[in-house]
Design a protein around this ligand. Structure first.
Ligand code: HEM
Ligand code: HEM
Length: 195
């Protein structure tokens, strides 16, 4: 059994908690902005925008910290992708949808060389190096919305950024629910190591 304090150092646990809380706020306020009428129940519309923008800026800063810390520490070595990893992910996926329910053993053992199973490695890489950059860049573009909407060229940029932002928001929200379910399969101790 690998030493969990080495695999999940303090900076990583702190980053993850801040990231999770901000993403929850961003999802709720994002949904309010998308679906609610101006006099809505949970937050008023302007409050949702302000909270979304503040959490968005904090998420960008937190994401930059993760990228730098990952590049400078051993944790970055768990975020390499390859064709082999994609092949192995299909084996892990089969385990999740069938093998697991038949009581088969886990196809990959996790230790200090393999911190994540292949599917985790692939999805964590996708979340942190593809989807989150997309969401923070498009969010950042839209922050100055009044100025963007003041000319035709800006409206076009806004529409593209908004579409990509919503798609990325959908994927990160879906990721979060599946991530929670799969993390819960390994019991309470699995949550303790990341808090
Ligand atoms: C987990 C992360 C995030 C989620 C789930 C999310 C979700 C959403 C959703 C659903 C909308 C509504 C889109 C619409 O109605 O057209 C939205 C709008 C917006 N988001 Fe995010 N967002 C996230 C991160 C960010 C970040 C990091 C920023 C950067 C500061 C940001 C800035 C904005 C802005 C400025 C808008 C307003 C666009 C408009 O009024 O149409 N968001 N977001
Ligand atoms: C609030 C809901 C969340 C819970 C309960 C949760 C739970 C966990 C747990 C238990 C782990 C460690 C064990 C494992 O890998 O299965 C973990 C790791 C991780 N989570 Fe989450 N998570 C949440 C939200 C998020 C979000 C929103 C993201 C990304 C946008 C995220 C990205 C990650 C990443 C990248 C790792 C691996 C970190 C590393 O060791 O390098 N999590 N999470």
């Amino acid at each position: 059994m690998a030493d969990q304090t080495l695999l999940y150092p303090r900076w990583l646990r702190l980053w993850h908690s801040v990231n999770g809380i901000l993403c929850l706020f961003l999802m709720v306020t994002g949904l309010v902005m998308q679906y609610a009428s101006p006099s809505t129940i949970v937050f008023s519309f302007p409050t949702a925008i302000t909270v979304h923008n503040i959490c968005g800026i904090l998420l960008i800063l937190n994401w930059i910290i993760f990228i730098i810390a990952n590049a400078l520490s051993r944790n970055g070595s768990y975020y390499k992708i390859s064709l082999k990893l994609i092949r192995e992910s299909t084996v892990q996926f089969r385990y999740y949808i069938s093998g697991m329910f038949k009581g088969e053993p886990k196809p990959f053992k996790e230790d200090s060389d393999r911190k994540f199973n292949p599917l985790q490695q692939l999805t964590y890489w996708l979340a942190m190096y593809v989807i989150l950059p997309l969401i923070v860049i498009t969010g950042f573009i839209m922050i100055n919305i009044e100025q963007l909407l003041s000319d035709e060229h800006g409206i076009f940029i806004y529409q593209i950024a908004d579409l990509l932002h919503i798609c990325a928001a959908f994927f990160i929200s879906a990721f979060m629910f599946i991530h929670f379910y799969l993390a819960a399969l390994d019991g309470k101790t699995n949550f303790k190591k990341i808090i």
